[in-house]
Every structure is written in structure tokens, then in C-alpha cells.
Design a protein around this ligand. Sequence first.
Ligand code: HSE
Length: 379
Amino acid sequence: MKAALLGHGTIGVGVDRIAASLPEIDIVRVLALETDDEILGRHTFHADDILNDPEIDTVIEVMGGIHPAWEFLSRAMKAGKNVVTANKAVVAAYYRELVALSLEHHVAFRCTAAVGGGIPWLVSLEREKRGDCIRKIGGIMNGTTNFILSRMARDHMAFNDALLEAQRLGYAEKDPSADIDGDDVRRKLSISASVAYDCFVDETKIPTAGIRFVTTDDLAFGTRTHSVLKLAAFSRRTEKGVSAFVSPVFIPSEELLASVPENVNLLTLTAEHSGELSFAGQGAGRYPTAKNVVLDLLDIVSGVPAFYTDHTAAAEIDNLEECYSWYFRSTSSSLLPAEIVEETSHETAVTKKLPVPDAFRYFSLLKETDPEAFIAAIL
Ligand code: HSE
């Protein structure tokens, strides 16, 4: 395989170093903002040097972001090149277009590292559904937020200190907004659900709440109720389509999800024959993530060119049967209608069981007057 790297940051350097020991993969060109000894003689500032080179059969995109990644990937496929990416933002935003291009141009499109970093999650979904029906998926899909919540709970750290620590350790993205606002999890859930259920689960339709404004008082509610606060993704097949949402959630402390430490991810599928299968491990970081990119490349070399599904019909997002009690904390909690509130204390309210769309509607109402309002489901 003659491959080229688009991007030479944390993941790109990892891919280049792992591939250097594998005779099947020859990385001949590297698009990067600056050159260094490792890429001397292979470096270019111009994507055209890669996209117009007929000798290069595979493009590895590890730049991140939606543009120009989408333009580069689509041009690569139209030029007959295989594509491997670790970039969940571009895959979630252009899922249907990327799958269609790979089918039309008979090229491979793989993105195992885009969900779960080094965990073999998308490939396991693909394998599992060949002989079983996946009913439900979800779990902890973001290491940064799990790290922040773990440190806040264990060490009584303030949110900002825990975030700085996550950035120092290289877990958080440069701009941590996508991590702490839940967008990163929403993209991973969109891709995972699309693969698991053979359809297209549009990320823009997934209700999402993050942890940007979580406080130590919110965590204290967990301590009082013998539960642990996590940011989690939920999805299952429903009669009408697919349920999917991302939210902070108080999980009873004896449950497996509650015990996931530090930056670990825990991804779980539930299938008819297999029951529950969970995958835990490093959801981020240079070498775990780069390893999954390299395994995709080796899959292509050994003749596994397909994406994880060819089916991209849009699924209806149907969260009406997802009912939970909800914890709200806001200076505007008094705006919640009395008939849905079970108990209140100062700025917090715990509701009766409400479906996800209702809970998110009340959350939007609170945020109109209090942008720092916080919501969490209670399991
Ligand atoms: N920033 C992400 C996380 C890693 O913390 O899980 C890449 O998806």
C-alpha cells in the first residue's frame, strides 16, 4: 500500500511511527503545517501533491475538523483512493455522502478510530450484526468528561482545575468545547447507531446536554443518592425508528458504568443472542488511536475494503419511550411546572418520570433565563 497522511499531529505521528515497522504500509507523503526530521523528504504543504498523485492509493486523514477534511476526502475517493480517517466530526457530518462515494468509486472507507479511540468498537458492531440483531448501544464515549467528573468526585476538584489537568494529560481536544458540551459524544453516537442499526442517525437530531456548567453541588446530589454522575450516550431500536440522546446521568453506584475510572471509555452493545457485550479501554491518546487507524489500513491491504454498512436510509429519532426522573439545577428552577416536580431544594428540582423530549424542552426553557442551567437523567 502506498499511503499519504493528511495531518501530522498527535495521531498522525503515531500512525507514521507504527506503520514504519510494517512492510505492508508505505507512507510516502505527509501533508503538515510544518516540517521536521521525521517527515523530511516526504513533507508537503499542498494537498494537491497527494490528491493528484496516481501512485498514492490510500489517504489517511488525521487533521480533524470538517473543512477542508471533507473536500480532501471526497476528492481522494473520486480519484480512486481508499480513505481511512480518525475524524468523527467529518464522518458524522458527511456520513451518507462518504458511504455513497466509497460505493460509487469502489474504494475503501474506514473510520474505526473515530469512535472509542483504540477500542475495536465499530468493527465489533459490524461483526456482531452479521449474525445477530443489535437492539441497544451506549455508554461512556468521552474520556475527557469522564476524567473531569471522576476527579471532581474523587478529589473534590473544581471543574476548571480538572479540565486543565485533562488538557495537560492530552485527553481533551485543544478546544475542549466539543468534549464538555457533549458534541463529541453526539457524533460518536450518530456514527455508532448508524452502523449498529444499518441506517442513518442524523447527529443534528440527537438531543444533547453536556457538563460545561457542572458544579460540585451537582456531584453532591450523587453522593446523597448513592449514585455517580457520568456523561453517557443512549440509543436503542424502537417501533418507529431509533432512540438516541446524550446527557449527564446519575447512575446507581453498584452499576458497571458508575465504576468507569479516569479517562476510560465503556461502550456496550446489547444484541438478541449475545446479550450485553461491553468494551472498555483507552478512548483517546496517540498510540491507541493510531493503532486502530493502522488496523484499518491492514484490513484494506488484506482485502476488506467495505465500510461497516451500505445502508443509509434516515432513521426517525424517537425518544418518546425513553422516560426518566430528571435532576435540574438552575436559578430558574421555579419555572418548572409544579405537576412535574417531585422534590425541590434551593436551586435544584427532581422531576417525576418524563420522556426525553419533554425534559429537554424544559431544559431549553430554563436556559433562556439561566444559560448555566444543568440537567441530568436519574437512572
Ligand atoms: N477528546 C476525546 C475524548 C478523544 O476525550 O474522548 C477523541 O475522541
